[in-house]
Design a protein around this ligand. Structure first.
Ligand code: ATP
Ligand code: MG
Length: 419
């Protein structure tokens, strides 16, 4: 028990962590280029925030949250997703009072009690963006553009961008009536979840993964065919904007977000070679959410992307991630005096931003060189009594095996010239 991590969690070991840093740094860089600023919110929030912000009828709230009562008898939940906390912070810190739009991104751990499998964990990580304050479809295109540029920069090809419009409260009301009419006689054959959705959230029935439901619903009316003029026009502008950005897309009328405050644009980005959990990114417009959580009416759009699934995509596409830089220099020392000197030299090199290391296990010279190789050191020097007495050491380039004799007191300058 003590030496086994909880089911659905994974350590990121030092041998893997460079991939995470690469992906996160690239995401930060891309967001920077789009004018999005990083926001960090706490790992836990009041449970009520997610009930309201993610929605009582969603799988997340109904069965997947890690919730508990804290010692002060507050209902607390570990973040299952990134949007609701960012919206809470947007309202609480009155970011709406700044010049709009407010363009934000986040990188965060998330927690969901799900059945663990490839690409599905209980503790996982998301990258995401949220743009508040504009209802113009060109910002929808921009948000999609961030995800696509990020994938491009990573070298991931053959992803499919799927877009849809799920209308606004105005056209969705009419559509829901048509949908319920259509579903009425099929209802006895649908699964219990769908029966429940029928009253609370009929559009989500389209999303049902149960085979018998799918078979019943082959000709189900689609929101896309019932959009009002404004929603239709916005969808056209979105499509034109994506084309102007050189982005290919397919229209997928089956992408739904059942909640009232999700409006218009909904999209997914799908990878075809990471197995069943192929959705690497999901997003959409949520014009009613800020208001739902107690803020002033503010349009918003964003996406969330799972880092584990992204790394899986990179792996399955055999896309290399630049391996981490090794040490600049390794100091091999012989004898007690040299060992002591090495400590001082190391501190000075490190102080100057040069990565440096030495042996700490009293290894033989041969073993120290072997260790230097393992540390991927670019250079080594051997430090012994003679070298210290003469203030001369030989600097060895570990890639070319070339050796030059330098003054020990010039080591820092010599390294600066070479690195
Ligand atoms: P799914 O279809 O996998 O259930 P979802 O609709 O629950 O996804 P979102 O809530 O939109 O997903 O989350 C955004 C992204 O986060 C997903 O596209 C996926 O990449 C990732 N993600 C979601 N749940 C998990 C999980 N349990 N483990 C790892 N990644 C996840
Ligand atoms: Mg899910």
């Amino acid at each position: 028990m003590l030496t086994k991590a909880p089911r659905g969690t994974k350590d990121v070991l030092p041998s893997e962590v460079y991939k995470w840093r690469y992906v996160e740094n690239l995401f930060r860089e891309v967001c920077d280029h789009f004018g999005y600023k990083e926001i960090r919110t706490p790992i836990f929030e009041h449970t009520e925030l997610f009930k309201r912000g993610v929605g009582e009828t969603t799988d997340i709230v109904q069965k997947e949250m890690y919730s508990f009562e804290d010692n002060g008898k507050r209902e607390i939940t570990l973040k299952p997703e990134g949007t609701a906390p960012v919206v809470r912070a947007f309202i609480e810190n009155k970011l709406y009072a700044d010049t709009q739009p407010t363009k934000l991104f986040y990188i965060t751990p998330c927690f969901r009690y799900e059945r663990p499998q490839a690409g599905r964990l209980r503790a996982f990580h998301q990258l995401g963006v949220e743009a508040f304050g504009s209802n113009h479809p060109s910002i929808d295109a921009e948000v999609i553009g961030i995800a696509m540029v990020f994938y491009e920069r990573l070298g991931i090809k053959n992803l499919e961008l799927r877009i849809n419009s799920i209308g606004c409260p105005h056209c969705r009301k009419k559509y829901n009536d048509i949908l319920k009419d259509y579903l009425k006689e099929k209802l006895p054959n649908l699964c219990n979840t769908c029966k429940d959705r029928y009253e609370r959230n009929p559009m989500r029935i389209i999303d049902c993964k149960v085979e018998s439901c799918k078979n019943e619903l082959t000709n189900i009316p689609l929101m896309l065919d019932y959009l009002c003029d404004e929603c239709k026009e916005d969808f056209e502008i979105l499509k034109e904007s994506l084309s102007a950005m050189g982005l290919e897309y397919v229209i997928d009328p089956n992408i739904v977000r059942g909640l009232d405050y999700y409006r218009k644009t909904a999209f997914e980005i799908v990878s075809h070679n990471i197995g069943a959990q192929g959705t690497v990114c999901g997003g959409g417009r949520y014009d009613g959410l800020v208001e739902e959580l107690g803020g002033p009416h503010t349009p918003g759009i964003g996406f969330g992307m799972g880092i584990e699934r992204l790394l899986l995509t990179l792996e399955n596409n055999e896309i290399p991630i630049p391996s981490p830089k090794g040490l600049d220099i390794f100091i091999v020392s012989i004898g007690e005096r040299a060992e002591k000197e090495a400590i001082g030299i190391l501190q000075n090199l490190r102080r100057e931003g040069i990565s440096a290391d030495k042996d700490y296990l009293s290894r033989s010279i041969k073993a120290q060189f072997k260790y230097a190789n393992k540390c991927n050191a670019s250079y080594t020097i051997v430090l012994g009594d003679d070298e210290l007495n003469q203030d001369m050491v030989s600097l060895k380039n570990m890639n070319t095996s070339e050796q030059t004799t330098i003054k020990l007191s010039n080591l820092l300058d010599e390294l600066r010239n070479r690195l």
